[in-house]
Design a protein around this ligand. Structure first.
Ligand SMILES: Cc1cc2nc3c(=O)[nH]c(=O)nc-3n(C[C@H](O)[C@H](O)[C@H](O)COP(=O)(O)OP(=O)(O)OC[C@H]3O[C@@H](n4cnc5c(N)ncnc54)[C@H](O)[C@@H]3O)c2cc1C
Ligand code: SF4
Length: 511
């Protein structure tokens, strides 16, 4: 097998899959190393018991938290990475998210490049991932130079009623930008069937725009592209001077093999990329690769996320529920001058998803009733980068030291929105807030992991430069969620994708 390439890309998620797609037409030889397999297309893809109850598509790894307690991380290793199960809500960060923002609990730092530098890459990202949406409704939406590639996904009747009621209340609900292969005008041409097993599930019929379907499969048969699955990058090896990666130690179906490339692009997800850097410590890089700044693995962020089932007496027969979001309080409100976050609908809950949070003897029928009468909301708040919130490789054990911060605005957001739901002029009102089931997502919910190898101008406070090349190693780049200096309060994937396109085009221009 050929062992030397122009590019090695490690990981095929939102970052790695996207940059592979961008570099594929460069004519250069590309080796893609992915530790997972292709996610099997099987009936269990849409089975709530298998997906939520048995966590069929999650890793079985056990990590530790700062107190040594076990964490069963809600993440998976597949071609396409976590985009295989994502909700495909593909938001742009707001313009102000790229600037320094004062939060209640501290400062969210500014980015070394700004929204205007990202804008054209967001356009390209939306095209690559089939994004449906409508501009002009989201009160905090950043400027855009091109319309959404596809029109917004329609609400089902119950959600349309709630949208009208929220508007009458004075809010500005808007369409969630969604990456799905849907054609509502001509259903015969539509791959997507708008089902109730999307957010958190793999798509059985491959109608979700994920990094596997939209990026890897279209290029994997090209002559210059070699995709190896079950290929786990274990260590990066440097030359004696420590300024060039000369080998990627890989376990290919458990057999060790060394590959090399002119340029190595790491994209294992924010936690695993930091781990790879830490595991690769050597004489020139005693604290982990490119870690003179002592920033590798630090500033780990994952958002504050919470799910809330708002119960009403009216039945909710919605199948595809994830169509509406509210950012009216993103930057605060009249009673609170600091950012609070985003509210959006999530996939429709069912009894199997509620089971873990209900008392053990709760009858399934009762859980069915609850889920049939709930409208399910997802709240996201910004967590601030904290030097002590970090990923560690502790004697062969993955450790996540994380302490929640900046919760005040987020908690207010949940309270405020729950109250609004009881006040809106809906045909059947929501029941009092204290009936709602609300659950803060624990540390194991690392879906929105970012920030462990942040980019910046200053090598003393960042790991990557503005092109996402490490300050210390000339041929080493990172394009997953690690580069975020702050997390904003919208889902991260579109920004990861846009950045991977930006870096991919930069690399192509170097040729
Ligand atoms: C249930 C769920 C719902 C979500 N919904 C949304 C949403 O609606 N909108 C949104 O924007 N985001 C959503 N997300 C988050 C989104 O999936 C992630 O932000 C995104 O996938 C991160 O991209 P990434 O490239 O950083 O990492 P990943 O997508 O995680 O990709 C990392 C890749 O690297 C591979 N890998 C890891 N280590 C190694 C190694 N050592 N060697 C080789 N390969 C390796 C992994 O197998 C994987 O393929 C969701 C996530 C989950 C879990
Ligand atoms: S809603 Fe569409 S994209 Fe999502 S799982 Fe169902 S068919 Fe697939």
């Amino acid at each position: 097998m050929k062992t030397h390439y122009d590019y090695i890309i490690i990981g095929t998620g939102a970052g790695g899959g996207t940059i592979a797609q961008i570099l594929a037409d460069s004519g250069k030889s590309i080796l893609i190393l992915e530790r997972g397999k292709f996610l099997p297309q099987e009936k269990e893809n849409w089975d709530s018991v298998a997906v939520f109850g048995e966590e069929r598509y999650h890793t079985k790894e056990v990590w530790k938290d700062k107190n040594g307690e076990s964490i069963h991380p809600g993440t998976g290793y597949w071609v396409g990475g976590n985009t295989k199960v994502y909700g495909a809500a593909l938001f742009r960060l707001r313009e102000k998210d790229f600037e320094e923002i004062q939060h209640c609990a501290g400062v969210s730092p500014s980015w070394p490049i700004k929204y205007k530098d990202f804008e054209k890459f967001y356009d390209k990202a939306e095209k690559l991932y089939d994004v449906h949406g409508k501009s002009g409704e989201d009160p905090t939406e950043p400027f855009r130079s091109e319309p959404f590639p596809f029109e917004a996904v329609l609400d089902e009747p119950r959600i349309a009623d709630i949208r009208t009621a929220l508007k009458n209340y004075g809010l500005k609900p808007f369409d969630i930008p969604l990456g799905i292969k849907l054609n509502e005008r001509n259903p015969l041409e539509s791959q997507c069937i708008k089902c109730d097993t999307c957010d958190g599930f793999p798509c059985l019929i491959h109608a979700k725009a994920d990094a596997d379907i939209n990026c890897i499969r279209p290029i994997m048969k090209k002559e210059n592209v070699n995709l190896l699955t079950e290929a786990m990058a274990e260590r990066l090896l440097t030359n004696d001077e420590g300024n060039k990666i000369v080998g990627v130690e890989t376990y290919l179906q458990n057999e060790k093999q060394i590959f090399s490339a002119e340029t190595v692009i790491v994209s294992c997800g924010a936690i695993n990329s930091a781990l790879l850097f830490l595991k690769s410590a050597n004489e020139k890089h005693p604290n982990g690769l490119a870690n003179k700044s002592d920033q590798v693995g630090r500033n780990f962020m994952k958002h504050q996320n919470a799910a809330m089932l708002a119960i009403s007496t009216k039945e909710n027969r919605t199948k595809f529920q994830k169509t509406l979001a509210v950012t009216d309080f993103y930057f605060g409100d009249e009673d609170f001058e600091f950012p609070m976050g985003t509210v959006q609908l999530m996939g429709k809950s069912n009894r199997y998803m509620l089971k873990d949070d209900a008392p053990i003897f709760t009858p399934g029928k009762f859980l069915d009733e609850m889920s049939q009468h709930s409208v399910d909301w997802w709240f996201t708040g910004e967590d601030l980068p904290d030097y002590e919130n970090r990923v560690l490789w502790n004697k062969g054990q993955v450790q996540l030291n994380y302490t929640e911060n900046n919760e005040d605005g987020f908690n207010r957001l949940i309270k405020k929105f729950s109250k609004i739901l009881t006040e809106i002029e809906d045909e059947i009102k929501f029941l009092p807030e204290n009936i709602n089931i609300s659950k803060k997502i624990p540390l194991a919910g690392v879906a929105h992991q970012v920030g462990t190898l942040r980019f910046g101008d200053n090598p003393e406070t960042s790991v990557l430069d503005i092109n996402c090349k490490t300050h210390e190693i000339d041929n080493l780049y990172v394009v997953d969620g690690s580069f975020f200096p702050s997390s904003g309060a919208v889902n991260p994937s579109l920004t990861i994708i846009a950045n991977a396109i930006r870096v991919g085009e930069y690399l192509k221009n170097l040729i």
